[in-house]
Structure formats: structure tokens, C-alpha cells
Design a protein around this ligand. Structure first.
Ligand SMILES: Cc1cc2nc3c(=O)[nH]c(=O)nc-3n(C[C@H](O)[C@H](O)[C@H](O)COP(=O)(O)OP(=O)(O)OC[C@H]3O[C@@H](n4cnc5c(N)ncnc54)[C@H](O)[C@@H]3O)c2cc1C
Length: 41
């Protein structure tokens, strides 16, 4: 579910692996930012 699909990246509680609640939202946001940066460099 967390895997990007073409230009679409998925973040949110349902995509986090280590945490829950708001912590999971931040965890997934950090992952997506890293994925976008990696793709654009
Ligand atoms: C009652 C309650 C209390 C909580 N208290 C805490 C707490 O004290 N501390 C804590 O850390 N966590 C708490 N949580 C958990 C926290 O709210 C969630 O972990 C967090 O909101 C998840 O964020 P998210 O962005 O992944 O999903 P969401 O916040 O659920 O955001 C998903 C968004 O997508 C929208 N959406 C859904 N389907 C579609 C669609 N088809 N098209 C367009 N938009 C769509 C929804 O309307 C929603 O706005 C609580 C949760 C609940 C229910």
C-alpha cells in the first residue's frame, strides 16, 4: 500500500510500519519526502 504508483505517493497512518497514531503520520510523511527527493535527483 505504501509503494508509489507512477506519480502518486501514499502517506498516512495505514502506510506506517513502526508507529501508530499521529507518530505514524509523521513517519510516513518523512518516507514520502525521501522517496520524492530520491526520484527527483
Ligand atoms: C477519536 C480519535 C482520537 C485520536 N486521538 C489520538 C491522539 O490523542 N494521539 C494520536 O497520536 N493519535 C490519535 N488518533 C489517531 C489519529 O487521529 C490518526 O492516526 C491520524 O488522524 C491519521 O492520519 P491520516 O492522515 O493517516 O488519516 P486521516 O486523518 O483519517 O485523514 C484521511 C483523510 O482522507 C479523507 N478521505 C478518505 N477517503 C477519501 C476519498 N475517497 N477521497 C478523498 N478524501 C478521502 C478523509 O476525509 C480524511 O480527511 C485518534 C483517532 C481517533 C479516531
Amino acid at each position: 500500500m505504501a509503494k508509489p504508483w507512477y506519480p502518486i505517493y501514499f502517506a498516512g497512518e495505514h502506510t506506517a510500519t513502526f508507529s501508530s497514531g499521529m507518530e505514524s503520520v509523521l513517519e510516513s510523511a518523512e518516507r514520502v519526502v525521501a522517496e520524492v527527493v530520491a526520484k527527483s535527483t
